[in-house]
Design a protein around this ligand. Structure first.
Ligand SMILES: [Zn+2]
Length: 341
């Protein structure tokens, strides 16, 4: 089967965005703050938003299952305080859970956390627990920069983050390291902030000994790992300068990359540089880049084509499409096994 480990609910019914805008307005004018119960989205609305979009493309492209999380750019952890983030995360996670219930063979949820800049990450634990235990989430998205482009949080190697890691290890779930909207005009959200964060997260792991403290902790670095595969030699050299072990021992038991790279040469580089066991298929479809590539006539985010055309053997391709996802997301594997898949 083909598992897309990186999908977001970018096509949620408009009512969600309307509610969010009212919530944001309510920060400065409490009289405008909407109640949670005012967000009304029916199963029919959810079904329509999925069937005409993600599910249609999954069928067209031959993808079987998507790990599905709230829209990343909408997480916007920098807006408001913890209470604002908490209410918002709960609503978004509930919608992804409902989608997974409506299409149980097609979508399995991953959670956003109610992070807020400067707030103790322990405040995120109740939402994480609910999402895993009640909603069947198989992963979380962890934002290394809840300030939205100003990088006010400590690096991922700092003990600040450890309460989240302890919970991840307990549940045996990975985190996709995923920032949200940039509110720093220097950084375009999907053009630079995302890729900067991917690279930054990797280097924070490289320069630290985080995985000595958490040998089973797993991070998925999205968007093909940002600049990491392209500069693999630089990072190997840096590790050597810093007297760290070889990257394969230092990081590659814990760090994985997805295939959200939107052209063939990029995937060829990724699969040529990074060991196949560390590459997981993903498209992030209907996301940052929705157009058709005039050079190929296919959607940029139709990433399955690039894996199929890459110079790798069938066993490697199977690992990228399915095997690695089952290994890195054990709770996903357990769900599939329970279904006899
Ligand atoms: Zn994403």
């Amino acid at each position: 089967m083909i598992i897309d480990i990186h999908g977001h609910y970018t096509t949620a019914p408009k009512a969600l965005e309307v509610w969010r805008n009212r919530q944001i307005a309510g920060i400065s004018n409490p009289a405008e703050m909407p109640r949670v119960s005012e967000l009304q989205i029916s199963d029919e609305d959810l079904r329509e938003s999925i069937e005409n979009n993600q599910l249609r493309l999954m069928r067209e492209r031959g993808l079987d299952l998507t790990i599905f999380s709230p829209r990343a750019s909408f997480m916007a952890h920098h807006i408001g305080d913890f209470e604002i983030s908490s209410t918002w995360a709960a609503l978004c996670n509930e919608l992804c859970y409902r989608v997974s219930q409506l299409f149980p063979d097609r979508f399995i949820p991953a959670a956003m956390l109610p992070q807020s800049p400067g707030v103790d990450v322990r405040t995120c634990i109740p939402e994480l627990v609910k999402c895993v235990e009640q909603y069947g989430n198989v992963a979380i998205n962890l934002n290394p920069d809840p300030s939205g482009g100003h990088w006010t949080s400590p690096p991922l190697s700092d003990k600040y983050w450890y309460p989240i890691y302890e919970k991840m290890v307990e549940y045996d779930i990975p985190a996709m390291i995923h920032v949200s909207t940039s509110c720093n005009a220097c950084f375009h959200t999907t053009g630079t902030h995302y890729l900067n964060a991917d690279t930054t997260a990797f280097v924070q792991c490289l320069t630290s000994n985080l995985f000595d403290d958490f040998p089973t902790l797993r991070f998925v670095i999205p968007h093909g790992g940002g600049a990491v595969p392209y500069h693999w030699g630089r990072f190997r050299g840096l590790a050597q300068e810093l007297k760290k072990p070889l990257l394969k021992d230092h990081l590659l038991n814990n760090v994985f990359f997805d295939t959200c790279v939107y052209h063939q040469p990029g995937i060829d580089l990724l699969t040529g540089v990074i060991p196949v066991d560390n590459i997981l298929f993903a498209s992030e479809m209907i996301g940052a880049v929705r157009g058709i590539d005039p050079e190929t006539g296919h959607n940029f985010d139709d990433t399955k084509r690039y894996i199929e055309a890459a110079a790798i053997d069938p066993e490697a391709r199977q690992k990228i499409f399915e095997g690695n996802a089952r290994r890195v997301y054990p709770r996903l594997n357990a769900v599939l096994k329970a279904k006899g898949v």
